[in-house]
Write a protein that binds this ligand. Sequence first.
Ligand code: ZN
Length: 461
Amino acid sequence: MEPQATSSGFLWAAAALLPGGWASDVRIEWRDGRIARVEADAQARGGEERVGVLLPGMPNLHSHAFQRGMAGLTEYRGPAADNFWSWRSLMYRFVGRMTPEDLEAVTTWAFVEMLEAGFTRVGEFHYVHHDPTGRPYADPAELTARVIAAAERTGIALTLLPVFYAQGGFGGAPANEGQKRFLHDVPRFARLLEASRRLVGKLPDALLGIAPHSLRAVTPGQLTELLPLAASGPVHMHAAEQTGEVEQCLAWSGARPVQWLLDHAPVDARWCLVHSTHLDDSEVARLARSGAVAGLCPITEANLGDGIFPATKFLAAGGRFGIGTDSNVSISVGDELRQLEYSQRLRDRARNVVEGAVPSTGRTLFDGALRGGSQALGIEAAQAGIVDGAPADFLSLNEKSPLLAERSGDALLDSFVFAGLRDAVDGVWRAGKKQVTGGRHHLREGTERAWRLTLARLLRE
Ligand SMILES: [Zn+2]
């Protein structure tokens, strides 16, 4: 199956979720990949594709795509208590063997799966830069180019977030052996960023930000030097994912990670603090006020045993959030949103705890993650969703799914999030091109073959 040859076209939906809510009989027209007209109560015209329910594509604000290759390989008990840090050592061994070709094959497959899930833009927090010995490749942007090639091939919109990583721990602790493929000093990173800017410029709507990895990996002085390099692009940083990290940060600085950033860095609406799992009440209020996005990765955070983000308090304080698939142990919009809500229910022993403008929990979660995820990936608020001028990025729900029978309006989203639909997504359009039909990306076969060959090489040898 080939995608449509042109990125101009029309689509008619019996129901569509627009920024103002549900609308019926919606006709959407796009040109050069961007929505040119959205008309409700419109007649379908002959020859136009018709769908039942249309949703805006969801941004995936935090991914390390290559980690998809490790999904399911770290779910067994070791000799000692297992936690994030034991997972990380396996990740370091896996990444230690990857060639540029491997990285491209695994990333391409992960992007195919993201599109099939209804994620139409990915924030790739890309931190593997050098060869397995830790030396830069002849082209220092070799691996960056591989990520960009994967985005170009699959059609997913890319917000590239090249990662700056320099230390092994708080206070300038030296990096360890497993981290040698990640390391830069600021001048070399600036050159990588320049090369990335040129490469990203070749994709029609790709964007570039920066990602100082975390306060573990970046000193305050480096952070100050790095921020001007972001120009007006997004700034993403891991913060407060584990209690161990909070304790180390307190020992180093007397402040908690998010508190330290709010005190010392110009955290505002351009920023995304990834995880922000461990916040005290003052950090909740201040982070919400800053306008920054909390980059929640509920499945990965549950998988790694990180802790529970205070979503109810954060949303009540007006905080913004988006979702990311992070380690890519699972790639699903519904799973991420459901895990976010269930973590709160389990903690509070209550139901439907995330409050929004509408009673529907599924809709509150979907709308919030769409808005916050778009902001975090550099999309203007006016262009988040199915609206004039926005990229023609949307998905149609599978009307044949038995679990969508007799649902309409917000009940569709509640079912999408909570009913565990395996076959929820039917079509996915990206910049007006239909990349996914009947739940399958048009490149699925070839990219799956390359993925299998790559894993055989990486895991058997
Ligand atoms: Zn991450």
